[in-house]
Ligand binder design. Structure first.
Ligand code: S3P
Length: 193
């Protein structure tokens, strides 16, 4: 006999059971690191950031890797680093905006993780990134146009993520709430009853 949970113990009050990595996908400024850190805190899981892991492996900042070794070298390192992070068990992993565009990384994420795309309009992303100089792709030309071009190229691919969350100018708490709800639905769906 199935016993309905009492309101105090309703399964929806509990954090979803995360049994594999959750990979955050999205353009620069989408909030992958911010939201990722908070999600990790809520679930009591480690937070990992692929850009930081690349910097650690290379011994220099992402913008210097682009400048000195070029973007292909960065992408190569990024692919290997994410492959390693995915093998570490449940964690929240924020990836650099280009990572999910790599077909091998995408296959790996699909096989071993739950992917969550934080979708936002280029104008919003521009507002959020315009004061930082740490992103080599936005340090030249017209950054708003670059974000628009990247959105056009990447959004059809990001749409392959398991979960899509729209983040506008709403606060972090709202995005977090939406992400937790969506993960709850996703993990329910993954667990046969
Ligand atoms: C990139 C995004 C950056 C970083 C690199 C390239 C991209 O990460 O990986 O500058 O191609 O979109 P964030 O998305 O965390 O800014």
């Amino acid at each position: 006999m199935a016993i309905a949970p009492t309101p105090e113990t309703s399964s929806d009050d509990n954090p979803p059971k995360i049994d594999r990595p959750v990979v955050l996908v999205g353009l620069m400024g989408a909030g992958k690191s911010c939201v990722g850190r908070k999600l990790a805190e809520s679930f009591g899981l480690p937070f990992l950031d692929s850009d930081s892991a690349v910097e650690e492996a290379a011994g220099c900042e992402v913008k210097d890797i682009f400048e000195v070794y070029g973007e292909p070298a960065f992408r190569d390192c990024e692919r290997r680093v994410i492959q390693r992070l995915l093998q570490g068990g449940p964690a929240i992993i924020a990836t650099g905006g280009g990572a999910f565009m790599d077909p091998d990384t995408r296959d790996d994420v699909k096989a071993h993780a739950i992917s969550l795309w934080l979708r936002a309009d280029p104008e919003v992303l521009h507002q959020r990134t315009k004061r930082s100089k740490s992103r080599p792709l936005l340090n030249k030309g017209d950054p708003l146009q670059t974000l628009k071009d990247l959105a056009e190229q990447r959004y059809p691919i990001y749409a392959e993520a398991d979960i899509v969350i729209d983040t506008g100018n709403e606060g972090l708490e709202k995005t977090l709430e939406k992400a937790i709800d969506a993960l709850r639905q996703q993990t329910k769906q993954d667990t046969p009853s």
